[in-house]
Write a protein that binds this ligand. Structure first.
Ligand code: HSE
Length: 437
């Protein structure tokens, strides 16, 4: 049988890795797919031929639209990233009857509903394993491996750059900007690194996970997003003293009132496996009602790990080329007509426990006043510690852990506390999750 001809859009970190893996492992991949897979055309504005293998059999152009218009190609791999022209290219490829493989989480999170509908109508596949957690096959695990379960919640470290920065800051006391630069040089960071450090990249990925976990349309705009830039070294230290680690997590959970979708720094018990996932590694913890908690760990970014997921998708598409569209795995795990419109909870309605840190005057009655504001708001304190005074002034950091509270209730209490003349600046808050089964 002739090899399947594939067009590749993008020859950067992931595109280059994909060409290299497909070339290097061609025989093994063909044994798995049942047919050879050949990248015959590629589009790239710039690329480094010295980093690519197999380029001699690829026709390279700088016009990506000419690739999606090429009638010889059955599959298009989109690795340009970003919203545009990726959206137009993918929709054009679908219109031309081509199957699409993409690693573009921004594209799927923002435009996935439109793309999947177009693909459904054309009877073509859109595969996006590499869009979430790089090399970890988490889409396949949730969509297929856990198909027997009601998924209860998912919590994941799904941005390698952010995890790398937090780990290096904690372990080596390195500066934020310095670690970010290294992540960029290693090809982990997004083109716009604020996507990593402000949580947007993780929110894209969480949006996708939430949809395939609960069978709801993609709703990126409703995902609460908070980055890691406000975390201070003292919070890392105090968290440690309470027996916790701070991780930047994406969390989605089904509750009686709706779906939580939130990305933010989170304190988790140090003894949890996921609390010990460091560097650029990702990990996703999925709780199913039948299986219990399951944990998936691996490289969440980088050339070869992401290429591993891209190529696996291409193999899947090749294996499925001859199946009827209705017998394929649905894009969002549930049959297209069976998606449900569950409410996404605003962050103010989410109930969690909190770590609070505030700088207060060191004199009698100050802690009692703060405790009374919390008590009036029905917020129970689980632990409280007054730290050493700052040198040269009479203020001290006061840190505490609360019991579970609905966020809007806490916001009200914090606003009152911040009004006290004995409290300086803003109250730092970090949500705490126990992540037990
Ligand atoms: N910038 C992303 C990360 C790349 O650091 O995880 C993988 O999506």
């Amino acid at each position: 049988m002739n090899p399947v001809k594939v067009g590749l859009l993008g020859l950067g970190t992931v595109g280059g890795g994909t060409l290299n893996v497909l070339t290097r492992n061609a025989d093994e991949i063909a044994r798995r797919a049942g047919r050879g897979i050949q990248i015959t055309h590629a589009a790239a504005k710039q690329y480094d031929p010295s980093q690519l293998i197999g380029l001699e059999s690829v026709e390279v152009t700088d016009d990506a639209f000419s690739v999606v218009e090429n009638p010889e190609l059955e599959i298009i791999i989109e690795l340009i990233g970003g919203y545009t022209p990726a959206r137009e290219l993918v929709l054009k490829a679908i219109e031309n009857g081509k199957h699409v493989v993409t690693a573009n989480k921004a594209l799927i999170a923002m435009h996935g509903n439109e793309i999947f509908e177009a693909a459904q109508q054309k009877g073509v596949m859109v595969a996006f394993e590499a869009a979430v957690a790089g090399g970890i096959p988490i889409i396949k695990a949730v969509r297929e491996g856990l198909a027997a379960n009601h998924i209860e919640w998912i919590a994941g470290i799904i941005n390698g750059t952010g995890n790398f920065i937090l780990s290096e800051m904690r372990d080596k006391g390195r500066e934020f900007a310095d670690v970010l630069k290294e992540a960029q040089a290693l090809g982990y960071a997004e083109a716009d690194p604020t996507f990593d450090v402000e949580g947007i990249d993780a929110a894209h990925k969480l949006t996708i996970l939430g949809s395939i976990a609960f069978g709801i349309p993609l709703q990126f705009e409703k995902t609460y997003t908070e980055g890691i830039t406000k975390i201070e070294p003292q919070d890392v230290e105090y968290a440690d003293q309470f027996g916790y680690r701070i991780k930047h997590l994406g969390i989605t959970r089904k509750t009686e009132t709706g779906i939580e979708m939130r990305v933010h720094p989170t304190m988790i018990p140090r003894r949890r496996l996921i609390a010990n996932v460091d560097g650029v590694m990702n990990a996703v913890l999925v709780k199913g009602d039948a299986v219990g908690p399951t944990l998936y760990y691996g490289a969440g970014a980088g050339s070869k790990p992401t290429a591993s997921a891209v190529v696996a998708d291409v193999v899947d598409v090749v294996r499925m080329l001859t199946t009827d569209p209705e017998n394929r795995v649905p894009h969002l795990a549930f049959q297209p007509g069976k998606l449900v419109d569950l409410a996404i909870l605003p962050i103010e309605e989410v109930e969690t426990t909190f770590y609070l840190r505030m700088q207060v005057i060191d004199r009698p009655g100050v802690v009692a006043k703060i405790a009374s504001i919390l008590a009036e708001s029905h917020i129970s304190i689980e632990a409280i510690q007054q730290k050493e005074p700052n040198e040269g002034d009479n203020t001290v950091p006061l840190v505490m852990l609360t019991q579970k509270v609905i966020e809007k209730q806490l916001n009200k209490a914090i606003a009152e506390i911040e009004q006290l003349e004995t409290v300086f600046g803003q109250v730092m808050r970090i949500r705490v999750e126990r992540l037990d089964g």
